[in-house]
Design a protein around this ligand. Structure first.
Ligand code: HEM
Length: 131
């Protein structure tokens, strides 16, 4: 029986592709998420264990704490994922250019990234130029 439940709508004011995927797949709420829950879920998604998991969680906690610009509020009530736009980390889509400031995906930018790769074992022209 197909699951016809509509996927949760993700706010255009959430500019992080990773967090958007977590919201769209129902792992976290699109609005307020307690920092403990967010770091736990991101840790699980990363597949790390032991000390590297603890390190990843500490980093995630730090990012989530400052991302809305109100660290104390984020610690006490959680990160507000649909209010990350215009926060201290938002570069307005100037990063990878995959997701623009209106939350539209630009697949041609993914093709652009593919140009930087090379088949396993081949040396890049940059490396060759430097050797
Ligand atoms: C392992 C976890 C995470 C991954 C892999 C990840 C990945 C990314 C990537 C690839 C971008 C750049 C998108 C682009 O330039 O097109 C981005 C942007 C962003 N992320 Fe995340 N993210 C993570 C966790 C978080 C957390 C915990 C927060 C805050 C609660 C956050 C907030 C943001 C914001 C505000 C931007 C926009 C920054 C900009 O304008 O370039 N991210 N993220």
């Amino acid at each position: 029986m197909p699951d016809n439940t509509p996927a949760p709508q993700v706010s255009p004011d959430n500019p992080c592709p990773f967090l958007r995927a977590l919201v769209a797949n129902g792992y976290v709420d699109g609005h307020i998420v307690p920092l403990g829950k967010l770091t736990e879920d991101i840790g699980l998604a990363g597949g790390k264990t032991g000390m590297s998991l603890i390190g990843a969680k500490a980093l995630t906690y730090g990012i989530a704490m400052i991302a809305n610009g109100h660290p104390l509020r984020s610690v006490t009530s959680g990160a507000v994922l649909d209010e990350l736009r215009n926060g201290p980390l938002d570069k307005h889509g100037a990063g990878s250019r995959i997701l623009d400031a209106e939350a539209h995906v630009h697949p041609e930018q993914i093709d652009r990234f593919a140009r930087f790769g090379q088949p396993n074992g081949e040396r890049s022209s940059l490396r060759l130029a430097m050797s």
